[in-house]
Design a protein around this ligand. Structure first.
Ligand code: SAM
Length: 218
């Protein structure tokens, strides 16, 4: 495939991808519409562009990946985002997931541990028209300076649920985080009911790159 502009052809490929993730169980029309809007091929090196609309994770350099579209949609659906809600993403990576959150009207904060990826994404997102709040550092303990959040989304696999992330949620806030071993994890959704109570739900089964840093895999 030649290098795509956001062309008729790219939009067609996105529509096919959206049908695929809907078939796999994503129900929210708002989320499916966000996937129709964000040109995933912009996040790929031109030589790998033919992979942009496959429902697969793909390397983005530095040993990291852009997540599988279905997984991005699944995590996003669990967050139950409404326009204007404040969401923290831990693991900016390519910035693709942040753009999906922005298309849903969220106010997005995103933190990345890898300096090369952070610098690349901070330059790149404004070039394709997305404005967000990007930070460089260890997000395994959240981003306390800007807390509280209505949702926290972790896009790397943690050994446990860091309690500091729950502390940074508003009442009724959701934390969505893959938890388990370095290869296979469960998706955990924690809802903070109030300062003393949480509810927890788990979903099988996912495979993320490891969360690094103080509360991650060191
Ligand atoms: N959300 C990304 C996207 O849309 O491209 C995909 C993220 S990739 C699966 C996971 C990211 O988490 C990597 O970029 C990795 O460097 C980052 N990461 C790992 N540990 C981290 C930490 N403690 N704080 C912040 N980012 C972290």
């Amino acid at each position: 495939m030649e290098k795509l502009e956001d062309s008729y052809r790219a939009r067609g490929l996105r529509n096919i991808l959206v049908k695929e993730i809907a078939k796999k169980g994503i129900k929210s029309e708002r989320i499916l519409e966000a996937f129709r809007k964000v040109p995933r091929h912009f996040f790929f090196d031109p030589i790998f562009i033919e992979h942009a609309y496959e429902d697969k994770a793909f390397p983005i350099g530095e040993g990291q990946t852009i997540s599988q579209p279905y997984t991005v949609a699944f995590q996003t659906e669990l967050l139950e985002i409404k326009p204007g809600k404040k969401i923290l993403e831990i693991g900016t990576g390519s910035g693709y997931q942040a753009c999906i959150l922005l298309e849903l009207g969220a106010v997005v904060y995103s933190i990345e541990y890898n300096e090369v990826l952070y610098k690349r994404t901070v330059r790149f997102l404004p070039k394709i028209g997305y404005k967000t709040n990007l930070f460089y550092g260890d997000g395994s303990k959240g981003l306390p300076d800007h807390a509280p959040y209505d949702g926290i989304l972790v896009t790397a696999a943690a050994p446990n649920v860091p309690s500091e992330l729950i502390n940074q949620l508003n009442p009724n806030g959701k934390l969505v985080i893959p938890v388990g071993g370095k290869r296979i994890q469960k998706m955990v959704k924690v809802t903070k009911i109030d300062e003393n109570r949480i509810s927890k739900k788990e979903y099988d089964r996912f495979s993320f790159v490891p969360l690094l840093g103080e509360e991650g895999w060191r």
